[in-house]
Design a protein around this ligand. Sequence first.
Ligand SMILES: [Zn+2]
Length: 73
Amino acid sequence: MIAINFSLAVALFAVLFLAVFFGLWVCAKRQKDKDLSLDDRFIWFCGVCTYTYINTRDDGFSTCPRCGSYNKK
Ligand SMILES: [Zn+2]
């Protein structure tokens, strides 16, 4: 049998607790980053004036806010 004294048990528990807490924190941070990132479908690139813009309403065609030309995905 392995003898574990009280302070070692407390230290092990603290390390374990911190590891779990850190793991949860990393997971939460990753989830937050995922929420903030924008979907590729909404980023449009104008072929006429090379303007990059965001449009979440249209799907197939979109109007460039700078030059007004139609852009296709
Ligand atoms: Zn344009």
